[in-house]
Design a protein around this ligand. Structure first.
Ligand code: ADP
Ligand code: ZN
Ligand code: ZN
Length: 745
């Protein structure tokens, strides 16, 4: 017997080896083996087993087996091969992002004691406990009032040695102690488990029934779950996962950025406990390796995480849920493979015969269009759960507002200010969205009028108050405020204008000195613990006003937040990208969805300078269908996705002329054009210079009516650009191919 073995060191190219007799029954597809490669034995993966070989040279023999179980499933390997082909990326590069760096690890998670009460003991023993051991009596009452096991260490505030006290209680038959593994979830990220009594409403019932039926069929089944904000989508995922597990299959839940959705992770943990693995970028290398191995061994049945969790090596995968499927963070843009986890999820579900649920209150136009054209099954939750109703939305015309008040640098309108005061008096909470971090995002020279831009990127730089620095948000380049001068004329007379989250924060502090304010943006939440602690404080009512960038707009569920203020709805509206309208609509709609999620009526104040803009207008009436109709019509007229397939070649280099000449040369050599293909460029990208690289692109659009499954475009790209990196890396220029890019900026 022979095995095809791929080695990470050689870009996963595969080689043929003889399987020694003693390993014949043990080697399987996906096994890790040691085999002679060059002068040493190297670790490789078995990707094929066959009885003959066409290789005529001398075949060496596999040395030994590394693990007792395979570390990749055949379906997952098929997915890696598909990605390599579809995204035109060498297989080694794909495998690199799929597998943890080093699968061998000595790491073992710590263990923690948990305690729960035994069936209720009344009578003398209980009564005498109060007298005999008042401390034990006290903690027993706490343990007994909880419906689920609690961490022994959490009882520290009541007794100095809680484990000893619990042991004593256990001896008397009051409680049960259990040692559990504390799984690597970088604890700061997840909320404490949230236990809830779940009663489905009619719409939920219907959706769940439908999903269960699909799961029972054991076939690939893509579903769009469209549920308005607060309709209870999380409970539906939980019910779907439970059913999936009962069928002895496994599940993956993809969240846009796991550190931003600790509530959902917490909710899942409370239901599925230790059968869940959390998978996200902040796990350490060894935690990753350990988690991967445990998944291979079958210790976890559910993996919940950010985009790369789609590669979890679960066997018998039955369900993939993609929460907030429209989110741009599911797309990896750099490094290659430049993939979209939602699209990869659909392909994986197909290979596994699984159900894929794309879920959102504001689906991507692609998914929505797939529903209109009946390519995806559609489930709708049109109402909020329980008594919660939709918020009342006020649109404020800031231009008119400023003219009337005579204050031209006004950030908060009179209306929003009144509404905030009202909430503070009523002890309700406020969420403010300003989708720009820093203090002043615009720095203008008073002498020549030039706007300060990063010397390495052609974008404006922002002033940060806390660090007293001027910073580029693209490359991180910083200058101190003292030394800052105008790049054009050298003047130090600079005007710091524009509004970032830090400015809003200091304004709020001045206006409402007694209110407690929390700010969430990349600057305050680079550490997971910080982020969770702000969210927890807001949840407990210790923060009155939560202020932040788009990270506060979605997924969060705070019962007492009844006002959402969108300080400048127009941010980004005028960028030249075909998806801009969709993004801003979704942001406003999702942010508004944080308001009034329980019995109290919610309100939203949207401030804009463009009240007539269709995006703002439709978002302010929360009319999704209407906006999607307009947006789809526009896309159709301009041949943008979902009406065409889109790809681009990006050419970049430190020398502007050389990079431009190369893009012209590439363009000139293009062959194999066909009817339905549109080629745009070469042209400078909108952000012409990024991290000291000049950028140009050539864009390809292939109209779907003439190229229904995208095959023609793919063939055309293969013909022209297959090993583009090998051929064009010369002269310091880089050429990258982007299949289905999200943005043309
Ligand atoms: P969405 O994700 O759709 O915005 P959530 O899943 O956060 O909505 O649900 C909104 C709130 O309603 C949450 O607090 C959730 O726990 C609660 N909820 C939803 N469905 C149920 C249910 N069937 N039983 C009990 N509570 C529910
Ligand atoms: Zn100047
Ligand atoms: Zn920069």
């Amino acid at each position: 017997m022979f095995a095809e073995v791929a080695f990470p060191i050689s870009n996963f190219q595969s080689f043929t080896y003889v399987i020694p007799k003693e390993l014949k029954n043990e080697i399987q597809l996906g096994s890790r083996v040691l085999a002679p490669f060059g002068k040493r034995n190297c670790q490789g993966m078995v990707l094929g087993i066959k009885s003959t070989t066409s290789y005529s040279g001398k075949t060496k023999s596999i040395h030994s087996l590394v693990d007792d179980i395979p570390v990749v499933t055949p379906e997952l390997w098929k997915l890696i091969c598909w990605m390599s082909n579809y995204y035109m990326t060498p297989i080694g590069q794909v495998a690199k992002i799929v597998f943890p760096k080093n699968l061998s690890t000595r790491y073992k998670p710590a263990k923690r004691w948990y305690v729960e009460s035994s069936s209720f003991v009344k009578g003398d023993l209980y009564l005498s406990l109060e007298k005999r051991a008042p401390k034990q009596f006290e903690i027993y009452n706490i343990i007994q009032s909880s419906n689920y096991p609690i961490k022994v260490s959490s009882l520290k505030e009541f007794v100095s040695n809680p484990l000893q006290a619990c042991r004593s209680l256990e001896r008397q038959g009051f409680v049960k102690l259990e040692e559990r593994m504390s799984l690597p979830d970088s604890s700061g990220f997840s909320f404490e488990p949230m236990h809830k009594k779940v009663v489905f409403n009619e719409d939920q019932e219907k959706a769940v029934k439908n999903i269960k039926q699909s799961l029972n069929k054991d076939n690939f089944s893509p579903i769009l779950l469209h549920g308005v904000t607060g309709s209870g989508k999380t409970e539906i995922y939980i019910s779907a996962v439970r059913h999936c597990l009962s069928l002895k299959r496994t599940a993956i839940i993809l969240l846009p950025e796991i550190s931003l959705t600790p509530q959902i992770a917490g909710r899942f943990k409370s239901v599925f406990g230790n059968s869940i693995a959390l998978w996200h970028s902040r796990l350490s290398k060894s935690q990753r390796a350990w988690t991967w191995n445990q998944i291979c061994k079958g210790s976890f049945q559910v993996v919940i995480g950010a985009r790369s969790a789609i590669f979890a090596p679960l066997k018998k995968l039955g369900l993939i849920v993609i929460d907030e499927e429209q989110e741009a963070s599911f797309r990896q843009d750099s490094p290659a493979p430049r993939y979209h986890a939602r699209d990869v999820a659909l392909v994986r579900a197909k290979y596994e015969g699984a159900v894929a649920i794309l879920s959102s209150a504001t689906p991507s136009l692609e998914s929505y269009h797939n529903y209109l054209t009946k390519k995806i099954h559609y489930l709708h939750l049109p109402k909020r759960y329980g008594k919660a109703t939709y918020p009342i939305v006020h649109l404020v015309d800031m231009l008119q507002n400023q003219e009337e008040s005579g204050k031209y640098d006004q950030v908060i309108s009179g209306l929003l200010q009144d509404k905030i005061e009202e909430r503070l008096t009523n002890k309700e909470q406020v969420i403010l969205l300003q989708n720009r971090r820093g203090f002043s995002p615009v720095i203008r020279c008073k002498d020549c009028g030039a706007i300060s831009k990063c010397p390495y990127c052609n974008v404006t730089t922002s002033f940060h108050l806390k660090t007293n620095n001027i910073m580029c948000h693209f490359c991180g380049h910083t200058e101190t405020k003292e030394n800052k001068v105008c790049y054009d004329c050298g003047s130090s007379h600079l005007l710091y204008s524009g509004t970032g989250t830090q400015k809003v924060e200091s304004l709020m502090k001045k206006t409402y000195p007694s209110a407690s304010i929390g700010r969430l943006d990349i600057d305050t939440s680079s550490k997971g613990e910080q982020l969770t602690s702000i969210l927890k404080s807001f949840n407990k009512g210790k923060i009155d006003i939560l202020l932040g960038t788009q990270m506060i707009a979605k997924g969060l569920d705070f019962p007492n937040a009844t006002l959402v203020g969108i300080i400048n709805a127009d941010l980004g509206l005028h960028l030249p990208d075909f998806r801009v309208g969709e993004r801003i609509f979704q942001l406003i709609y999702q942010a508004s969805g944080r308001s009034g999620r329980r019995d109290k009526q919610g309100e939203v104040v949207i401030q804009t300078f463009s009240p007539e803009n269709p995006v703002i207008k439709k978002a302010s009436t929360l009319n999704m269908m209407e906006y999607y109709k307009i947006a789809l019509k526009e896309r159709e007229e301009l041949n943008y996705p979902p009406f065409s397939w889109l790809s681009k070649i990006e050419i970049s280099g430190t020398n502007q002329d050389k990079a431009y000449n190369l893009s012209k040369e590439l363009h000139h050599k293009i062959k194999g054009e066909y009817n339905g293909l549109e080629i745009l460029g070469p042209a400078p990208c909108y952000i012409e210079k990024l991290r000291n690289q000049f950028r140009f692109h050539i864009v390809f659009k292939s109209i779907k009516t003439l190229d229904p499954n995208g095959k023609r475009l793919h063939q055309f790209l293969k013909l022209n650009f297959n090993d583009i990196n090998k051929r064009f890396k010369v002269g310091g220029n880089r050429v990258n191919i982007h299949i289905d890019p999200l943005s043309l900026i």
